[in-house]
Design a protein. Structure first.
Ligand code: ADP
Ligand code: MG
Length: 950
């Protein structure tokens, strides 16, 4: 109730706007087409209130649309446009013209100085919509482009430079991730700054809800090992001895474990392999022997070698837990995973973290390189980049709460242009599926025979195929849509309104394409407008002898001329669209070389072709009118839902395909208690009652059953919502760090001396900070070391031996290592920079007396050293810093993914997993950022040493 009241209030306000728009529209009526552009520019640059600017622009766009697209904005389209301008979601039914409505908002955004990205459900639609509207945009002086996944980076960049870009949300999300993996701004395809870019999402529920369930992920090649390595690891794993069972608690002494003899045990349930204490010893021996690790105590336990253990456990898992033809099959020399839940093959998927490679080694087939996640973002968080988010769809109200909570945007329900007269019949409920499909076939047959087109929406590919088989048996011609070929789907769906057409389709297929009763001849109407006028234009040119002097030496040959003529003779109306460009160039560049006689011949041939195509189109139009009449008489499009979908919203979307623009139409859903997610209803008293009293071949129309189904659907929708919300919340934790990381990355891309600044300020300020805390307890150890060292130095002034020098050196290194928290190897390098003798000398001459003076001395020395490095070298080091940053980020993504996997268990200990996750991620990110300067410095020292040695 409250929702409706608020909705009415918004609509009332929009109607008021509309009055002003109409007023401007009348006053602009006489503006010539070619002047509209200038007028728009004038508005854009004026200092008027934005509301006036918007209303004036909409009036002009309406005028332009009438002239170039032969479509005038319906009032409801303007209302929808105003909703988008407000950054809200417009709910408008199918066939209300959302594609055109979008231009209202795009034009308004343009005069407000904002660019627009339009995201559609698939690339075919993005391309189609941009092409449809581009004449309108041209007329308004708004540049537009399509951005597709197959385009080159430079083409993408050009597209994004336009005022409006059409693409899919997915592709734009990937562009965003890819851009943020590049090292220079120049290479980026998207705008650097989104603060004046708006996004409009078509089929908003599909993109923001259905598709938003899984985040976008870019994988890159990880640090891969050679195939030989995996084979080597495998042979090592084979030398290990399997234990007879897992360690068990001793029954005699409960604090003691009984560990069977052997190197490893397998946990079948958790699918894990564990290495025993004895196993570590065996492994270390073998690895030292094979020189995989260096000779040192407990080397395998060293953190830098832990990954080797991971590879060994992978090899053990591959051997003992992953079986051919059970967990995977081998197809074409590739491992194909068998989905655990469905038993289907999942080509393209692979196990992560080296397990896949271990299995490939076991099977002795080609080993694919390891991949790692290098970029990841959810659609929800990608959308947050934009200054304004808005969207449109036929079904948004069902999910209004989700739009509000996650996208912070309201839904406005826009009334239909013409009253809706579709009949939504109550559900037909059957006790079992057999009765359901039998009855459904009868209904389809009856409708088909009276020429009524039928669209059957199914919930799965399997159901589509099943129904198709049933239809074949009774000889009903039909189309089945379940392929993911959007263009092909769109063509079939577009003709699904022909008399007696039967189309079987999964709910989502062909979305975004309008089913027009009597068939869709829009394309041919467009040919009439555009191509015919081009032909007329050619004739006029030929007659006036208008030539392009640039090409005055181009001559048309006899041969070329005769092919030209014969082509014209046989060309069909579809082909004309493709070849007309060629004719235009010929006429423009070579027509002057034609003899008078040939010229007249060409004119008459073009004329003939034009007449023929016009006649063809008229015939089509005539057929269309008759077809449409027949279909209307038969009751319009009949939508049959073969099963109820788990989501009410998707059912509504299917239903919405009938009854567009005030057409007649009907919709019926078929339900049986066997339908897979309704089986739980079988336990309900309603079912028991029906089963006793109803003939099983009969349908039941029961309010009680319908209500139960609706309740079950809402329950499932609610669960899905919770799932998406949780995914979003987890991604939002990453989002904060992602933004911080991208920002830091931007600084690297922008500033070629970023590393210099990080090293200089980072290291020197650490020294500075140390001074403040030097007397605190934490540095007590250092203080002691230092005083001991100074004692050692001063007492041995005279009798300095090589040995005592060495001790001093060790002391200094210890101090440095502690003070600067850099690793030992680098300490030694720092010492070499500092010229250790200088320090000794300084201590001897009392310049260094305590920690503070030592730090000061080091600071000066480092400063001096840094200033001796040229900017060229710094810039080169910058690249290294960049790589380091990226490596840290990938490491972070990996780590957080791991945490996400086990964090659910914290629920057991009554902790909030999301909170724990946030805490963990934050800590890791903070330590990465805090230690970044040290890491850059360490890296820098490495490089510096290499440089010196060369
Ligand atoms: P939706 O996306 O709302 O389902 P479309 O944008 O696909 O609808 O448009 C449906 C059909 O209506 C298209 O064939 C389109 O050309 C036509 N159409 C849209 N707006 C108008 C208008 N103002 N006047 C005439 N036809 C229109
Ligand atoms: Mg649409």
């Amino acid at each position: 109730m409250l929702r409706k009241y608020l909705n009415d209030k918004v609509l009332k306000q929009y109607r008021k706007n509309q009055e002003q728009i109409n007023y401007f529209y009348t006053s602009f009526k006489d503006i010539a087409l070619e002047d509209i552009k200038n007028k728009i520019l004038e508005i854009k640059e004026s200092k008027e209130y934005s509301k006036v600017k918007i209303n004036k622009t909409i009036a002009l766009a309406k005028l332009a649309s009438e002239k170039v697209l032969k479509m005038s904005y319906y009032d409801v389209q303007i209302m929808g446009g105003l909703t988008l301008i407000d950054g809200k979601i417009a709910q408008m039914k199918t066939g209300e013209g959302k594609t055109l409505m979008c231009s209202v908002a795009i034009a308004a955004n343009y005069v407000l100085g904002q660019k627009t990205h339009v995201a559609t459900a698939n690339e075919y639609l993005a391309h189609r919509d941009q092409q449809t509207l581009s004449p309108l945009f041209d007329c308004l002086g708004i540049s537009s482009a399509f951005n597709g996944s197959q385009m080159s980076p430079s083409a993408k960049k050009q597209a994004y430079a336009c005022d409006v870009v059409y693409s899919t949300a997915q592709e734009m999300g990937f562009d965003y991730l890819r851009d943020n993996l590049l090292k220079t701004f120049e290479e980026r395809v998207q705008p650097l700054d989104f603060s004046n870019v708006c996004i409009i999402i078509d089929e908003a529920d599909f993109i923001l809800i259905d598709e938003a369930r899984t985040p976008l992920i870019i994988s890159g090649l990880a640090n891969s090992m050679s195939p030989d390595f995996y084979h080597q690891i495998r042979s090592i794993a084979q030398q290990l001895q399997k234990m007879s069972g897992a360690p068990e608690k001793s029954k005699v002494n409960l604090n003691e474990y009984i560990i069977p003899e052997g190197d490893f045990w397998i946990d079948e349930q958790r699918k894990e392999a564990h290495i025993s204490e004895q196993g570590y010893i065996t492994l270390e021996k073998i690895m030292l022997n094979q020189k995989i690790i260096q000779n040192d105590n407990n080397e395998l336990y060293d953190s830098k070698n832990l990954w080797l253990l991971n590879e060994i456990t992978n090899a053990l898992k591959a051997e003992h837990l992953y079986l051919k033809d059970k967990q995977y099959v081998i197809d074409n020399n590739e491992i194909v995973i068998v989905d655990e839940n469905t038993g289907r093959l999942s080509p393209g998927r692979s196990w992560s973290e080296g397990l896949h490679q271990a299995i490939e080694a076991k099977e002795n087939i080609n080993i694919n390189p390891l991949t790692a996640t290098v970029g990841k973002v959810s659609i929800q968080n990608y959308c947050k980049n934009y200054a304004k988010l808005s969207g449109m769809t036929g079904t948004a109200m069902e999910s209004a709460i989700e739009f509000e909570q996650i996208y912070n945007t309201a839904v406005v329900d826009i009334p239909t242009n013409k009253p809706m007269i579709r009949q939504d019949k109550p559900d037909l409920v059957f006790l079992n599926q057999e009765a359901k499909y039998n009855h459904m076939l009868e209904v389809i047959k009856e409708k088909h025979e009276k020429d009524q087109p039928v669209l059957i929406g199914t919930t799965s590919v399997y159901e589509s195929e099943y129904i198709s088989q049933l239809l074949k048996k009774i000889n009903i011609q039909h189309h089945v849509l379940n392929a993911r070929n959007h263009e092909y789907e769109a063509q079939i769906i577009a003709q699904a309104g022909l008399p007696g057409a039967v189309t079987v389709s999964t709910s989502m297929a062909g979305r975004g394409t309008d089913i027009i009763l009597g068939g869709n001849i829009e394309k041919f109407e467009m040919i009439k407008f555009t191509q015919i006028s081009k032909l007329q234009d050619m004739i006029a040119r030929l007659k006036s002898g208008e030539i392009n002097l640039e090409h005055s030496d181009a001559i048309i040959s006899e041969e070329e001329f005769s092919t030209l003529l014969s082509q014209l003779q046989s060309i069909s109306m579809i082909e004309i669209e493709k070849v007309i460009h060629h004719y235009e160039t010929v006429v423009e560049t070579k027509a002057h070389s034609l003899s008078e006689e040939n010229k007249n011949l060409l004119i008459s041939k073009i004329n003939e072709t034009m007449m023929r195509i016009q006649a063809d189109i008229e015939k089509l139009e005539h057929d269309y009118r008759i077809n449409k009449e027949r279909v209307l008489q038969a009751g319009g499009l009949c939508v049959i839902g073969a099963s109820r979908n788990e989501s009410r919203r998707i059912d509504d979307q299917l239903r919405g395909r009938a009854g567009r623009q005030g057409d007649v139409g009907e919709s019926i859903f078929f339900v049986s208690f066997d339908d897979y997610w309704l089986q739980s209803l079988k336990a309900s008293p309603v079912f028991m009652l029906l089963q006793k009293n109803v003939d099983s071949s009969q349908s039941i129309s029961s309010g009680m059953v319908s209500r139960s189904i609706e309740k079950a659907q809402r329950g499932i929708d609610g669960l899905f919502f919770e799932g998406r919300k949780s995914m979003y919340q987890y991604d939002s934790v990453l989002d904060e760090s992602r933004r911080a990381f991208f920002k830091l990355r931007d600084e690297f891309a922008q500033d070629k001396l970023k590393t210099k600044k990080i090293v200089l300020t980072g290291i020197l300020s650490r020294l500075e900070n140390l001074k403040d805390s030097i007397y605190l307890e934490t540095t007590y150890q250092n203080g002691k070391l230092l005083s001991e060292m100074m004692d050692a130095i001063t007492s041995n002034v005279k009798t300095e031996t090589e040995e005592s020098k060495d001790i001093k050196r060790q002391h200094l290194i210890d101090i440095l290592e502690n003070l600067l928290s850099i690793d030992r190897v680098n300490c030694i390098k720092v010492m070499s920079i500092l010229e250790i003798h200088q320090i000794f000398d300084a201590i001897k001459s009392q310049k260094i007396q305590d920690e503070i003076s030592l730090l000061n001395f080091m600071k000066d020395a480092l400063n001096q050293f840094f200033s001796s490095i040229t900017d060229e070298l710094w810039m080169w080091l910058n690249e290294q810093g960049f790589d380091l940053l990226d490596a840290e980020w990938i490491y972070y993504l990996e780590l957080t993914e791991e945490i996400r996997k086990w964090i659910g268990f914290t629920q057991l200990s009554q902790k909030n997993p999301l909170y724990e996750y946030k805490k963990e991620c934050f800590n890791i990110f903070e330590s990465i950022i805090n230690n970044f300067d040290i890491n850059v410095f360490n890296k820098f020292m490495n490089i510096f040493n290499i440089e010196r040695n060369h």
